[in-house]
Design a protein around this ligand. Structure first.
Ligand code: FAD
Length: 430
């Protein structure tokens, strides 16, 4: 053990999303700790624009970037593996390939997954949108449905194939519905002349009385008006109960026949065996204190969606599961670990709410900034949405690609990314 690197405390971070990456960035080439990131993917990706990949407005490489390229020369190790469980007694993670990885300090930054609320039909048959794979799968299916519908002679069946139901009127549901409405308006009749007269129905269903419920009342109204303008059928105060035989069953007793059903109605934290039940709170999130330390452990931290932090009196139920708390917690934990290494006292986390925004279609953006004190719509809303999303992308490569794709989309209204790639279909191998 003469290697000085080996004598440093080893921090292992599970997950390189918003929280994990912002944590690690602050520890690049630091003199105190050795850092390893473990992620099931070999890339970081930007969830707020996943729906644009799913609807063929952006290509996946515009919003994703390989970890090994990000960590080059930064003195950070990377392992592409899924973590299944942790042995907190021996301080070892068990990885998907069966090997172990030991740590001195463990940071959970593994985010959340789609919550199907125990409905097996919905879990098996609905589309969800959590990662790049989901977005590509949905993109393929939407395009394949249009191909199939263009050959279908029965008008009722054609209409069913082109009907999309989206459960969940939060930003993802609203943004997917908006983009699909744009596709219907500008693309469908041009690419598929045989479908020009077939109605394409897009339904957006939510149990709350408003779309984008956590945002301001001004935004609720603006979002609903925008949906109506784009021809999306909105059903509020209504829940999706089940999905089988191509029928979406609703809590008001009605059903919609749909070729595509997209579930965007909630998340639950990713969970790991080996963490005590007393450390897990609402939504399976790990209970953390104001320093992001997991309840019951001295050497385990949780940041981002996977953590429910108590200690900030302004958020008695924990912070919202969105990007900003994850980014800010990642940065704060890294600063605190550096403070401790320098013999200083760590500082409690305080969340600064920069606001929420959403875009509906290509044109209508809504933003509530500075704790809902400033509401932006119209051109100002659109420009601030574009600006915030471009600067938030992980590096220049992604920023330039996205700007280029948007420039094409805004000027031509005809993005040529409607490609069906099927990695499972290898030549002559079935
Ligand atoms: C479609 C969509 C749109 C969204 N839009 C917005 C938006 O517009 N604005 C906003 O503020 N928030 C948005 N969010 C929420 C936001 O993405 C999350 O709050 C944020 O990603 C949380 O960051 P995180 O680092 O905790 O988790 P994530 O960013 O999800 O990162 C988790 C990482 O852990 C890895 N991982 C997971 N499990 C394992 C495992 N077992 N082993 C190894 N690696 C693992 C994943 O591959 C991933 O890289 C959106 C989310 C989705 C799904």
């Amino acid at each position: 053990m003469n290697n000085p690197e080996r004598r440093k405390q080893h921090i292992v971070v599970i997950g390189g999303g918003f929280a994990g990456l912002n944590f690690v960035k602050r520890l690049y080439r630091n003199p105190y700790y050795r850092v390893t990131v473990v992620d099931k993917n070999n890339y970081n990706y930007f969830t707020p624009l996943l729906y644009q990949v799913a609807t063929s407005f952006l290509e996946p490489s515009s919003i994703s970037y390989p970890f090994r390229r990000l960590f080059r020369k930064q003195n950070v190790d990377f392992r592409m593996e899924t973590v299944n469980d942790v042995d907190t007694r021996t301080k070892t993670l068990r990885l998907g390939d069966g090997t172990g990885l030991s740590y001195d300090i463990l940071v959970f930054a593994a985010g959340s997954r789609t919550n199907f609320f125990g409905n097996e039909n919905i879990r098996q048959h609905a589309f969800s949108l959590k990662g790049i794979d989901d977005a590509l799968y949905l993109r393929n299916e939407l395009l394949r449905n249009m191909e199939k519908a263009s050959l279908e002679t029965d008008p009722d069946e054609r209409r069913r194939m082109l009907t999309v139901v989206i459960a969940g009127g939060g930003p993802t549901g609203v943004e997917v519905a908006g983009m699909l409405a744009e596709t219907k308006k500008y693309i469908l009749a041009n690419d598929y002349p045989s479908l020009a007269d077939t109605p394409v129905n897009i339904h957006l269903v939510d149990g709350a009385p408003y779309l984008l419920a956590p945002m301001s009342h001004k935004t609720h109204t603006a979002a609903l008006n925008a949906m109506h303008k784009l021809g999306v059928h909105v059903k509020l105060n209504t829940q999706v109960k089940d999905y089988h035989n191509g029928q979406v069953e609703l809590s008001d007793g009605t059903a919609i026949e749909a070729g595509t059903f997209i579930w965007a109605a909630g998340v639950v934290a990713n969970s790991f065996q080996g963490i005590a039940a007393e450390s897990i709170g609402k939504g399976k999130r790990m209970i953390t204190d104001a320093f992001n330390k997991v309840k019951g452990y001295d050497d385990i931290y949780a940041i981002g969606d996977i953590s429910i932090q108590f200690g900030d009196e302004r958020y008695p139920d924990g912070h919202p599961q969105v990007a900003q708390p994850a980014i800010q917690q990642g940065k704060a934990l890294a600063r605190n670990l550096l403070r401790v290494a320098r013999g200083k006292v760590p500082k409690p986390f305080r969340y600064f709410d920069r606001g929420d925004m959403a875009i509906i279609g290509r044109q209508i953006a809504v933003a509530d900034l500075f704790r809902h004190k400033l509401h932006l719509g119209g051109l100002l809303g659109l420009l601030s949405w574009l600006f915030i999303h471009v600067i938030s992308l992980v590096n220049y490569n992604n920023k330039i690609k996205t700007l280029y794709n948007w420039a094409v989309a805004y000027t031509t209204r005809d993005q040529a990314l409607r490609l069906i790639f099927r990695p499972g279909n290898r030549e002559n191998r079935g």
